[in-house]
Design a protein around this ligand. Structure first.
Ligand code: E4P
Length: 215
């Protein structure tokens, strides 16, 4: 399973990039608005220049024609750009058109197997089931990830599954076990993934023991 960073914060992206394990970035309009960039295009381009892997930037319109036009424009911003399109009727129409033009689409805001299947049939490169938001609504978000992975495998659909709306490290463990191709994680969760108190205690004890004999 590959790890994407789910943020539009440049400092976090730069910090995480140093670890050498981030394969891509996902942004969304809410994450972007937290950074309050003066210019959406410039902000996305900056992220694309830091991480060589796929960077998802979402369309900001709902009507199919406008979505297609905006997605085409966004797709020219960087060679590693992926256009995020919501799993709506107009989003599906746009995805079908754009995928035929070889524009990479992340079919986002997926909350059902049917939405993911339709996104894959339309030619999306990625589908993003939102695990945390489903859990919040009393459903089993990770079961949806597993179902999508199983169905795509069964029908040999090449669309990759991004476990999104990840809230804690246990979600990452479950996403890996469910066979997600990618988990897109907030910076805080990435830090929680590497941190373990027993590792910290172990390092301290090793160094203390070594200092005891090395004088
Ligand atoms: C994924 O692409 C989305 O940006 C993200 O995972 C949404 O997560 P949230 O439910 O924590 O907002």
């Amino acid at each position: 399973m590959r790890i994407f960073l789910d943020t539009a914060n440049v400092d976090q992206i730069k910090q995480a990039a140093k670890l050498g394990i981030i394969s891509g970035v996902t942004t969304n309009p809410s994450l972007m608005s937290k950074e309050a960039p003066a210019d959406y295009e410039a902000a996305v381009k900056e992220v694309c220049s830091i991480i060589p892997g796929p960077v998802s930037a979402e369309v900001l319109v709902e009507e199919a024609g406008a979505m297609i036009e905006q997605a085409r424009r966004i797709s020219t911003w960087a060679p590693n750009i992926v256009v995020k399109i919501p799993a709506t009727t107009t989003g599906l129409e746009a995805t079908s058109v754009l995928a035929k033009e070889n524009i990479k689409i992340n079919f986002t805001l997926c909350f059902s197997l049917n939405q993911a299947l339709l996104g894959a049939l339309a030619g999306a490169t990625y589908v993003s089931p939102f695990v945390g938001r489903l859990d919040d609504a009393g459903h089993d978000g990770m079961q949806l990830v597993k179902d999508i992975v199983d169905v795509f495998k069964h029908y040999q659909l090449p669309t990759q599954v991004i476990a999104a709306s990840i809230r804690h490290p246990q979600h990452c463990v479950a996403a890996a076990k469910a066979g997600a191709h990618i988990a897109t994680v907030p910076y805080k969760v990435l830090m929680q993934m590497i941190h373990h108190p027993l590792t910290d205690i172990g390092v301290t004890r090793f160094l203390t023991d070594w200092q005891g004999v090395s004088r």
